[in-house]
Design a protein around this ligand. Sequence first.
Ligand SMILES: [Zn+2]
Ligand SMILES: [Zn+2]
Length: 352
Amino acid sequence: MRAAVYHGPKDIRIQEVDDPRIEEPTDVIVETITASMCGSDLYLYQGEVEEMVAPGRTTLGHEICARVVEVGPQVSRFKVGDRVTFPYSVSCGKCVACEQGQTAHCETSGKAIYGFGVAFGDLGGSQAEMVRVPLADGHLVHVPDSISDEAAIFLSCNLPAAVIAVDAADVRAGDTVALIGCGPTGLLAQRLLNHSPAARVLAIDPVEYRRQAAAELGATPLDNDENTVEAVMDATGGRGVDTVVEFVGRGPALSLAAAITRPGGIISGGGVYLEQDHPTSLFDLFFKNLQLRLNGFANAAMGLPRARQAIEGGLLDPTEVISHRVSLDEFPDAARAFSERTPGTHKLLITP
Ligand SMILES: [Zn+2]
Ligand SMILES: [Zn+2]
């Protein structure tokens, strides 16, 4: 099959690799209908976590809509031809972690993530023509006819992450919410916040076209620069926002959240933090009695049913954040534009 293989920072090449095959009786093989690139892929794509990848072998991608083409002998819930998606991490549905709802920490899969390098199970990614799905009965999901191929992509990661983070933000009537990070997941969160009792949302992003996109969905846009804290304080009578929903996953974003949240407020983090150290002041968190609720290592299998309901119920149409649709051959150039935040680049879909 053909796959997008990581060779080095910003160097992805389309090449022939071995077809995935059934290795365990609980495996399913799927053929990719549509895949995509997630903001969290950028850590690997940009070479920020080189120890996690195997250049020349690792394929990326953990978001998919696919069709089942082969089924292991112990798989009971799926048959050839089924249209499916998976949450980005592999979970068995039976271990203690899964029973506790911590499906990203599945003890059976060992926290395996599709297309996230050797550190997370060394599984093939969705940016390829086919993918092996281990423990299929535990986490693979049928896509109902009411959900399109393109909408199904968002069930793997972005929309469950947005649902989980907005829920954890515990928004109350009249709240002022700060949304930090207006990439695709941030924009989906903005749609969800429009249905929350929040009085207003301040959308913070250093990239003009992204915060403009949030503004078009109803947020008040704010640049992320040296004046952001002052601007938020000006907008909130000097008190700060009631709750923050964050999708950046970098130290400065967490520091900003701590600085702009009112005493007793909530920071709901949906971002992926792979840095070992960051400069957020524990004193700031302590002195304001802030509640830090990190769910960036999202239990997507748990959030997925509600994400599906949000689409089916017409709460939002996630496909509105798609800006680019490319073939596998066009993907290396499109990935570069995505990583460089070329104006107008939101969600990038790949159709192999
Ligand atoms: Zn993702
Ligand atoms: Zn498990």
